[in-house]
Design a binder for this molecule. Structure first.
Ligand code: 6CS
Length: 362
């Protein structure tokens, strides 16, 4: 694996101290003689992915826009994955105020906010990516999650889809029975394991940084991620088959520290929101382009086999995955159940309003 430095977990406390001691301030400092903030101020934005990833491209576009919209008053320092911690550690850094903005993916975040575990369930969203894009970008969805995020000290700025999850292993995974006897890596929350258990797999919660070596050492047999991540993390080097079953979108969320955001001057809040509104549609295009171009790269430079499931095969997985929703209800409770219901309604309403939508999912 060439582009990623492993072994990033131990120094979280040091990182927190270093970030806390940085000369730039989380909120603008008053100049003294009036209430105007003293500019420029620097916001720290932490990523769960390495340079060149969907999250990195999002952060670069955001940085570009906020620096322009604010006339250079807001600067952004981007911390790619590997520089300060695992996904859950990034969430902690946001909650304790050392980092201002971060990506927080539901597959990891669900142990902190059980309701976001809904995005780890399979065959829940539409088969039509544009329907999913519209549902995930909607204020209605953001509103549904406002309270669960706030309760954990996090301000939710939006959900970002990063492409279909693709299974990798050393054999094709054409039916749930093919998972029998396999150990599948999942993201680091309990709900992320549930669907794979319903397929009969053994599961192992592993941080992103450790997946390559666990595959190489045969501590795990397979994993799931969008194509762009399979390429940039080198998983294709240590796996023989990619199975395209389109079970779920990889969904992430952009968060900040609630107290920090609430204390921002009104103009800064608006700049932040305007910049994010501009970046959301671009991020969708970026993930589509990266997922397509990196599939070409993988097939050109490796012998990995690509298997695409037909609708009959997919529907067997869909059927087998349904008991995981019961586990989600147990873990996420009534509020989680209401969110799942509402999400299903939003998907079917959006599909009905999209004449070209492919509606075989759910
Ligand atoms: O599998 C994971 O853990 C990671 N996958 C992606 C595509 N982004 C961040 C996440 O932590």
């Amino acid at each position: 694996m060439r582009r990623f430095c492993r072994g990033l977990t131990p120094l979280l406390l040091t990182v927190m101290l270093v970030l806390a001691g940085c000369s730039d301030s989380p909120a603008p400092v008053s100049s003294g003689d009036d209430d105007k903030p003293s500019y420029p101020v620097t916001w720290r934005f932490a990523l769960e992915e390495i340079e060149g990833s969907v999250q990195h491209r999002y952060a670069l576009e955001f940085k570009d826009r906020i620096e322009r919209i604010s006339d250079g008053n807001i600067l952004v320092d981007i911390f790619p994955y590997g520089s300060i911690g695992t996904s859950l550690q990034l969430t902690e850094l946001v909650r304790e105020g050392s980092v201002h903005l971060a990506f927080a993916s539901p597959g990891h975040l669900a142990n902190v906010i059980p309701e976001v575990g809904v995005f780890t369930l399979h065959y829940l969203l539409s088969d039509d990516e544009e329907v999913n894009r519209d549902v995930l970008a909607s204020d209605e969805l953001k509103q549904l999650f406002h309270e669960p995020y706030s309760e954990q000290g996090l301000k939710l700025h939006g959900f970002v889809p990063e492409g279909w999850m693709v299974w990798t292993a050393n054999k094709p995974l054409r039916s749930p029975a093919d998972f029998d006897g396999l150990t599948i890596r999942t993201m680091t929350s309990d709900i992320a394991e549930e669907t794979y258990r319903t397929y009969g797999a053994a599961t192992s919660q592993v941080p992103f940084s450790q997946v390559y070596s666990d595959l190489q050492l045969r501590r795990i047999d397979g994993q799931a991620n969008p194509v762009f991540a399979i390429e940039e993390m080198g998983f294709y080097e240590v796996q023989g088959v990619m199975t395209f079953a389109r079970p779920a979108q990889f969904v992430t969320s952009v968060v900040s520290n609630t107290s920090w955001f609430d204390a921002l001057p009104e103009d800064q809040k608006l700049w932040l929101e305007d910049a994010m509104d501009e970046v959301a549609p671009l991020a969708y295009e970026v993930q589509a382009e990266l997922n397509a171009s990196r599939l070409n790269t993988i097939t050109e430079i490796s012998n990995i086999r690509v298997v695409e499931l037909n609708e009959e095969e997919r529907s067997r997985f869909r059927e087998a995955s349904l008991p995981a929703r019961e586990a989600y209800f147990r873990i996420a409770g009534e509020r989680g159940a209401a969110i799942l219901d509402q999400l299903l309604t939003m998907v079917s309403t959006t599909e009905s309003a999209t004449p070209t939508a492919d509606t075989t999912a759910q």
